[in-house]
Write a protein that binds this ligand. Structure first.
Ligand code: ZN
Ligand code: ZN
Length: 354
């Protein structure tokens, strides 16, 4: 774990950094726990775990020099800060509540800096994945892909959107996923025009597009994919919209390489959709980073100033949503490599008509 980048971010302003958020603590230690602190000092990294987690942390937490029993800020954290002569701490600002910040300040008696610098440094580190992280994301993606193959045989006009979503979840959880990445989306017919619609009791009908957006979690790492399939038959317009989304995704992929500004990848895909006359129906960003969180840096949005780097894992997910009619989204996850990208999503994208 590269703590030097974190140290160079906080050391000019504070003697140490404290990680209070569950997700960042898990990122550094690879150890999931709902509570605890990670203290990064100039020369050590200390994990504080309470009685519920201490034994498991001692067994499996990584990237820390010492693991200490946590009984409370005054009982456990304050003495360590005093012992090490720490007079100021930088804390996260995106994920710390105002009352937590106040409590840390009052109970430790040290200065707390929380201006976003630590968040930026951690986000930048998290955006570039190492081999182990990539392997976990690939495992998670493989499970989701197998779930997609399975669901093609499950979908029929007897099924409801909720049943399809539940079957995807059940498949992933019973084939090695530790969890699902987010509430699975399975929307059909007119509901598919809602980019993040909620599965309903609506039954699948002939002529429907079904959009399924789902992912698995393995070892704390997420996957994310979307496929739109048709049932029975498709209209000329449905086919045209599907082909446009697919062409937009290809255009997005053509810009996925190190050194490219993330907003240029978004623009490449967006231009294809605009030129086909559907620009007003593509409201969201082209993609986002994926890792210990389902949405993380870098963002592939029209405003993003991020520059793609080797090791980024990002989604490429253009969509067209025609209100009251239907929608199409196709989402793959890609790893930015030395000279381009590796598509981590290996399943079919030609329009499938079931
Ligand atoms: Zn998705
Ligand atoms: Zn996504």
């Amino acid at each position: 774990m590269n703590y030097e980048k974190i140290r160079s971010a906080f050391l000019p302003k504070a003697d140490a950094a404290i990680i209070t958020s569950e997700v960042n603590r898990q990122y550094f230690t690879r150890f999931p726990a709902t509570d605890g602190y990670l203290l990064i000092t100039a020369d050590e990294v200390l994990l504080f775990a309470d009685s519920r987690y201490i034994e498991a942390a001692q067994r499996s937490a990584k990237n820390c020099d010492r693991i200490l029993l946590y009984k409370g800020i005054e009982e456990s954290l304050k003495p360590v800060l005093e012992q090490k002569g720490i007079k100021s701490l930088e804390a996260e600002s995106d994920r710390l509540t105002v009352s937590e910040l106040r409590s840390l300040r009052e109970k430790t008696g040290v200065d707390i800096v929380s201006e976003g610098g630590l968040d930026k440094a951690v986000d930048a580190l998290r955006a570039v994945k190492d081999e182990e992280e990539i392997s976990l994301i690939k495992q998670a993606q493989k499970i989701a892909e197998n779930a997609f193959s399975h669901i093609l045989g499950f979908i029929s006009t007897d099924r409801t959107e909720k049943e399809i979503a539940l079957e995807l979840d059940y498949y992933m959880l019973s084939h090695g996923a530790d969890g699902i990445s987010f509430e699975t989306i399975a929307v059909s017919g007119a509901n598919s025009s809602l980019p993040h619609g909620v599965p309903s009791d609506k039954k699948i009908e002939n002529g429907d597009f079904i959009t399924m957006d789902f992912g698995a979690v393995v070892g704390g790492y997420h996957s994310d994919m979307t496929r739109t399939v048709a049932v029975g038959s498709v209209s000329e317009e449905q086919k045209r919209v599907y082909d446009t989304v697919l062409a937009a995704q290809h255009a997005g992929f053509s810009r996925l390489m190190p050194g490219v500004c993330a907003r240029d990848a978004d623009a490449a895909a967006r231009d294809v959709i605009s030129q086909a006359g559907y620009g007003q129906y593509f409201g969201h960003s082209l993609g986002h980073g994926v890792g210990v969180e389902i949405h993380e840096k870098p963002n592939l949005s029209p405003k993003s100033a991020a520059v793609l780097e080797k090791g980024n894992v990002v989604t490429n997910e253009p969509g067209i949503y025609i209100p009251g009619s239907f929608g199409v989204r196709i989402e793959d996850m890609a790893l930015i490599t030395e000279d381009g990208y590796e598509n981590l999503t290996c399943c079919e994208k030609k329009l499938i008509i079931l």
